[in-house]
Design a protein around this ligand. Structure first.
Ligand SMILES: Cc1cc2nc3c(=O)[nH]c(=O)nc-3n(C[C@H](O)[C@H](O)[C@H](O)COP(=O)(O)OP(=O)(O)OC[C@H]3O[C@@H](n4cnc5c(N)ncnc54)[C@H](O)[C@@H]3O)c2cc1C
Ligand code: FES
Length: 284
């Protein structure tokens, strides 16, 4: 038998591990949350909030998807997938018992530990709440370490809101401000209407001691940065999660280049002051 280091790419970092779908929960008309379990406990890997995995459907392809579950649980990997093209449609169609491929976790994390002692404002747009949900779990698990926490979440319509059960629970807490808004109200919605940035001026946090975590469509993040700056949060205390097309996920192919960075390796979570020159340019 060949020694492992001579086996070539079959044991290399680009080879996915097999995970079985243990649950597939429909969030919205086009978005599904998959709970995945490693075929053997030896393959269970922890992750840091903000990291992503490369998920593959055999014979279809592979895409980067953020890990959206509780970082306190290593037995289940949770991913929330919005079906927008071939691979995400195939992933969202997977049912209990199916096998999918997993590589990762990859990328940088939200600075949840560094933010201890500060207020935290979390601003999410659409499926951008997925990579932020593990950060909320981690912060709530050590709630006493933080000052005020504000979660501001916007979606297109009430029917597009993710994690309705979590939102309800979080809203019931006295130690967490949760504000939800929709671009267009429907179906008896009695909450806020307007884009998520309209929630920023009245959110309760002390800008001199706040860390901001932001994820959503790029246009939403642009306006969010502006509003957070208007509240007085310095650029080096804002963190954004960026998305670019990816192939390898491990800094080898160059597909995800963003200015001098590779999003898969140097991101997806970036401190805003480090990417500000590229972020202001519409497409890099
Ligand atoms: C770090 C990272 C984390 C991500 N996390 C999630 C997540 O948690 N849930 C989720 O649903 N999606 C997530 N995405 C986006 C997801 O990877 C893309 O939707 C997916 O690659 C599209 O592949 P496809 O074959 O289904 O569609 P394609 O046919 O490849 O593309 C369909 C449409 O989506 C656009 N698109 C393709 N790739 C991306 C991308 N990387 N970013 C933005 N638009 C893209 C295309 O331009 C096209 O308009 C993440 C992307 C990155 C880079
Ligand atoms: S996806 Fe290959 S370098 Fe980032």
């Amino acid at each position: 038998m060949l020694p492992a280091d001579e086996l070539g790419p079959a044991v290399g970092p680009l080879v996915p591990r097999a995970y079985r779908v243990r649950g597939a929960a429909r969030e919205t008309s086009d978005t599904v949350t998959l709970a995945l379990q490693a075929e053997t406990a030896a393959e269970e890997v922890g992750f840091a909030p903000g990291q992503f995995n490369m998920l593959s459907v055999f014979g279809v392809g592979e895409v980067p998807i953020s890990i959206s579950g509780n970082p306190g649980r290593v037995d289940l990997l949770t991913h929330t997938v919005r079906a927008v093209g071939a691979v995400t449609q195939a992933l969202a169609a997977q049912r209990r018992g199916a096998l999918v491929g997993v590589r990762g976790p990859y990328g940088t994390a939200w600075p949840v530990e560094a933010a201890e002692g500060s207020d935290v404002v979390i601003v999410a747009g659409g499926v951008g709440l997925a990579p932020l949900r593990p950060a909320v779990h981690r912060i709530l698990a050590r709630r006493e370490k933080y000052g005020r926490i504000a979660l501001l979440y916007g979606s297109r319509t009430p029917g597009d809101l993710l994690y309705v059960h979590d939102l309800k629970q979080w809203r019931g807490r006295m130690d967490l401000e949760v504000e939800v808004t929709v671009d267009a109200a429907a179906g008896g919605w009695r909450g806020n209407v307007g884009v998520v940035t309209t929630l920023i001026p009245r959110a309760r946090f002390d800008p001199t001691s706040t860390v901001a975590l932001v994820c959503g469509p790029e246009i939403m993040m642009r306006f969010t940065v502006r509003e957070l700056q208007a509240r007085g949060i310095p650029d080096d205390r804002m963190f954004l999660s960026m998305e670019r097309n990816m192939k390898c996920g491990i800094g080898q192919c160059g597909h995800c280049q963003y200015g001098p960075y590779f999003v898969c390796r140097d991101g997806p979570v970036f401190r805003y002051d480090r990417i500000a020159p590229f972020f202001r340019v519409r497409e890099i």
